[in-house]
Ligand binder design. Structure first.
Ligand SMILES: [Zn+2]
Ligand SMILES: [Zn+2]
Length: 147
């Protein structure tokens, strides 16, 4: 879901993504799941272009800055990436790392409209929203410690 892109005339047009950034975007869009930098690097190896891992991360940062890619951090500290238009949110298990997508975006564009005053000119590109906890199977196998 596209967030409110408030294009002001004074805004500089984001730079057109280069071929390597386009290749990254294509892989992200073709994937159903979010991908880590390492996974992107692996998939791009099958293509004709050479993408070093450092280049992949640098281009991911540039794509984020251009408002084309979103990222979130998994409980293990790894960052995973998705196209900006994919407004997915997850229930994430802190025990096994299982991540289940929520069927809807609980924040919504209305939520961002509300905080416009708080944004004070900040230009939002994407948001993250996650619920961390214990999945069903972890609740059964690891009952919460006493006290
Ligand atoms: Zn779990
Ligand atoms: Zn959302």
């Amino acid at each position: 879901m596209a967030m409110a892109h408030h294009a002001h005339p004074s805004d500089q047009a984001p730079p057109t993504p280069g071929p390597r950034q386009q290749a990254l975007l294509t892989v992200l869009r073709e994937s159903d799941a979010e991908l880590s930098g390492q996974e992107l690097h692996e998939r791009l190896k099958q293509g004709s272009q050479r993408h070093g891992l450092a280049t992949v991360y640098r281009n991911l940062r540039l794509l984020q800055r251009s408002g084309l890619v979103r990222c979130r951090k998994l409980p293990n500290g790894e960052s995973v990436y998705a196209p900006l238009e994919r407004d997915d949110h997850h229930l994430t298990c802190v025990s096994c790392g299982y991540s289940e997508p929520l069927p809807i975006c609980p924040v919504g564009t209305g939520g961002l409209g509300l905080s416009k005053v708080l944004l004070q000119g900040f230009k939002p590109l994407f948001h993250t929203f996650e619920i961390h906890g214990l999945c069903r199977s972890c609740q059964q196998s690891e009952p919460l410690a006493h006290g």
